[in-house]
Design a protein around this ligand. Structure first.
Ligand SMILES: NC(=O)c1ccc[n+]([C@@H]2O[C@H](COP(=O)([O-])OP(=O)(O)OC[C@H]3O[C@@H](n4cnc5c(N)ncnc54)[C@H](OP(=O)(O)O)[C@@H]3O)[C@@H](O)[C@H]2O)c1
Length: 275
């Protein structure tokens, strides 16, 4: 039996993470995405784009009135630390999306007892690592860079698992499988909230990452300068170590994330193929 085609809403679908999810999930689901100011330049066929303001909630109500979503993937955020510090109120209004949560979790008029599976990306930011021009990399800032395609596979698995039924971990998803008309008993299932560190499997400094990029590009380490993070004065402090333990992904979900080197190999191979 084929898997059901689900209605999935990706907020911030025009952003870096969101665009990958829009493309990935469209293969098997009906995807809607929201944007604030810019639509995706190359959205796949059949995807619906909706302009909303998550800070005020403008545009959200009609969206939930028109469609019953089985899953909401929240990728919208003001994630630049400097932007958040410059306007904490605006950042909080978007990063704590009460209007969205209210509609998704409490229901719209159309689906008062309906609660979709909810996946949230927390606000954090990882730098892109590219190229081999002379650049200084911090040797004492530690991260667990994750391959964005792993995030797509992870979200796909969580949404599918949620839709699989009452045996799944997410009670709201069990209701989703039964359909929007599910009885009060099913809809009242208590969801199990889970938080996963969705990082890569390694703890790498930025200099480590640069060396791995150089390895994969075959350009040597000549362009890489190492420096301590304290050598640069920055208006906004960056945490020195936000590497993470991702073992729950494997122990609880059987999911393994790709090593940084392997991810780079895929990325550069795709780029060479023009994919
Ligand atoms: N990228 C990473 O490497 C990374 C790493 C770890 C965690 N994360 C987290 O993953 C999430 C997504 O990150 P990202 O890099 O994809 O962010 P991004 O590229 O900056 O995208 C942010 C998205 O949020 C939308 N948005 C912002 N303000 C809005 C508003 N008021 N109303 C409606 N939409 C609004 C933007 O829409 P418009 O641009 O159209 O206005 C855009 O689609 C964030 O929570 C981030 O901290 C990202």
């Amino acid at each position: 039996m084929s898997s059901p085609r689900l209605n999935i809403l990706i907020t911030g679908g025009s952003g870096y993470t969101g665009q990958f999810l829009v493309h990935h999930l469209t293969r098997e689901h009906q995807v809607h995405y929201t944007y604030g100011t810019r639509q995706l330049a190359s959205a796949p066929d059949g995807v619906a784009a909706h302009q909303v303001d998550l800070a005020t909630g403008e545009g959200l109500q009609p969206l939930f009135e028109q469609t019953t979503f089985h899953a909401v993937i929240n990728c919208a955020a003001i994630s630049q630390p400097a932007a958040c510090e410059a306007n904490p109120q605006a950042a909080r209004a978007v990063n704590v999306p009460t209007h969205l949560v209210g509609l998704a979790c409490c229901g719209s008029r159309r689906s008062a007892v309906w609660r979709p599976c909810w996946c949230d990306f927390s606000t954090d930011q990882a730098d892109a690592v590219r190229g081999c021009s002379p650049t200084t990399f911090f040797s004492d800032e530690w991260r667990s860079p994750v391959y964005v395609r792993d995030l797509c596979g992870l979200v796909e698995g969580l949404v599918r698992g949620a839709a699989a039924g009452p045996a799944g971990d997410a009670g709201t998803a069990a209701a989703a499988a039964a359909g929007p008309g599910a009885g009060a008993g099913e809809a009242a299932l208590v969801p199990r909230h889970r938080v996963y560190n969705a990082g890569g499997p390694e703890r790498l400094s930025r200099a480590d990452m640069a060396r791995q990029v150089a390895d994969v590009l075959g350009c040597g380490y000549g362009a890489i300068r190492e420096a301590p993070s304290a050598s640069v004065s920055r208006p906004v402090a960056s945490p020195s170590d936000i590497s993470m333990d991702v073992s729950r992904l494997t122990t609880q979900l059987g999911f393994r994330t790709t090593s940084f080197r392997q991810a780079l190999t895929h990325i550069f191979a795709e780029a060479a193929d023009g994919r």
